[in-house]
Ligand binder design. Structure first.
Ligand SMILES: Cc1ncc(COP(=O)(O)O)c(C=O)c1O
Length: 463
């Protein structure tokens, strides 16, 4: 991940074709507009290329690793080739494993289940819940939570200190996110990996928000594992990836027990007859992939990896940085808007920004962006409650009704609004978003809103 080098290449490309770019949505105020999907950090639209590859393969779909027929053979090859493509995309070392999972959450839970007995885990409290919560599921694992750092350097220092204080110890793991799903800020992965290794610990990178925006090279970063989800990488077919060191995975009990993970199962017989079964488990990635593999999901991820590599990250990053600057410049002109940041205005970041608007309930604001401008963003705490509360300086409490402004001028917001974009985002979506923010703040919403089933939705009448 050479962010600086990549960003320095100013050969900006056009948006890559994604599905949904022609979808029209109704406005509560009348008429229709092209839907502006600005919630890529939750789930990105499928790349057209991914969709086309999947459609071309679909007639040839067959079982993987369990059929003698031609299509089974073909599907098995496609699945295993997808594994190789992903390994190459991630810069895996020769003996690394690529395990296909359901998602980042699944990948990190798999790694948590595979930790050697008594592993010590070090994690920043700023992590997404997927990388914050799996470790304590293991009763024998001790988790050290590190406070929110305010600079990348502070993050490295805090980790160094925490690791040094706990020496000597046996197996240890550091878990860190590559790019924050709240602020979009990049974490100093290479430096954290070096700190971890200097103290005999390993590191797993939660790259859910990094892989769609930046190259991730395991060998170059010297990270031990990486986890990500297909649906954030323009490949929404229910697959994710855990890739990295084979040893802990090989020695752990299978994540799921069943067919595909087992190489040989034999009857165990006592004097009276059968009394159990003995199992020889695979030692390859298949050990943690029991059940029929999701070949379409794996192929879709491989197709996305290929599409991004062919488009070239330097050009993709250059374009995304331009969009980020447009959004930041636009929001900076609205004094009521406060952009949330851990590392400060100059931090390197991907196209994910969260903000609050003085005097506005964030759910109300997000609902108005959708209903009055056809813009899809997200509001809430983004499955990173401790981080968002730290950034807002707020305490856990009910966000309240959306209809009335919850945060009066000078008061703290209880949740935030997040805008996020990527390789398929046209300039117009970003420009419409900036205009909409300005108009809503200046003129107010043109419609009334109410809370229904916990969501803020347009009421029947105009405001
Ligand atoms: C940084 C980060 N990690 C992990 C996840 C979890 O991803 P998934 O829901 O696909 O498991 C997300 C999802 O938003 C995320 O942003």
């Amino acid at each position: 991940m050479s962010v600086a080098t990549a960003a320095a290449d100013r050969s900006v490309c056009s948006p890559l074709p994604v599905l949904g770019r022609d979808v029209r949505v109704p406005l509560v105020t009348g008429g229709e507009v092209d839907y502006a999907a600005l919630d890529y950090a939750a789930s990105a639209p499928a790349l057209q290329r991914v969709w086309d590859d999947v459609a071309a393969y679909a007639p040839y779909y067959g079982s993987v690793h369990r059929g003698a027929g031609y299509l089974s053979q073909l599907s098995t090859d496609l699945f295993e080739n997808s594994r190789r493509t992903v390994a190459e995309f991630l810069g895996c070392r020769a003996d690394d494993q690529v395990v296909f999972t359901r998602s980042t959450t699944d990948s990190l839970n798999l790694l948590a289940a595979a930790l050697p007995q008594g592993t010590r885990v070090f994690v920043f409290e700023t992590e997404h819940h997927a990388s914050l919560l799996p470790w304590e599921q293991r009763a024998d694992v001790e988790v050290t939570y590190l406070n929110a750092p305010r600079t990348p350097l502070q993050a490295v220092d805090a980790l160094e200190k925490a690791l040094a204080e706990r020496e000597p110890y046996g197996p240890a793991l550091v878990c860190v996110t590559g790019a924050s799903n709240v602020t979009g800020e990049l974490w100093p992965v290479r430096e954290l990996a070096a700190a971890a290794h200097a103290h005999g610990a390993r590191i797993v990178l939660d790259a859910a928000q990094l892989v769609p925006h930046h190259p991730v090279d395991l060998a170059e970063l010297d990270a031990d594992w990486v986890a990500f989800s297909g649906h954030k990488l323009y490949a929404p077919f229910g697959s994710g990836v855990l890739a990295g060191r084979a040893d802990w995975l090989r020695e752990a009990a299978p994540y799921l027990a069943g067919g595909g993970a087992s190489r040989k199962v034999t009857r165990r017989v006592s004097g009276e007859g059968a009394c159990g079964v003995d199992v020889e488990w695979h030692t390859t990635a298949a050990r943690h992939e029991a059940g029929s593999p999701n070949v379409i999901g794996a192929y879709a991820i491989a197709s996305a990896c290929q599409a991004l590599s062919e488009a070239g990250f330097p050009a993709l990053i250059a374009r995304e940085q331009e969009l980020i600057e447009r959004v930041r410049a636009g929001l900076a002109e609205v004094p009521e808007v406060q952009v949330l940041s851990l590392f400060g205005a100059d931090a390197a970041r991907v196209g994910v920004l969260s903000f609050v608007v003085e005097g506005w309930n964030s759910s109300h604001f997000a609902a108005a962006l959708s209903a009055e401008y056809g813009i899809g963003v997200r509001d809430g705490l983004f499955c990173a409650h401790p981080l968002v509360r730290t950034l807002l300086g707020s305490e856990p409490q009910d966000p309240g009704e959306c209809g009335a402004p919850e945060a009066a001028p000078g008061e703290r917001s209880l949740n935030a609004i997040r805008v996020s974009f990527g390789v398929g985002t046209p300039d117009e979506h970003v420009d419409r978003f900036v205009r909409a923010v300005r108009e809503l703040v200046t003129d107010g919403a043109r419609w009334n809103y109410r809370t229904e089933d916990g969501r803020c939705v347009p009421a029947r009448s105009a405001g």
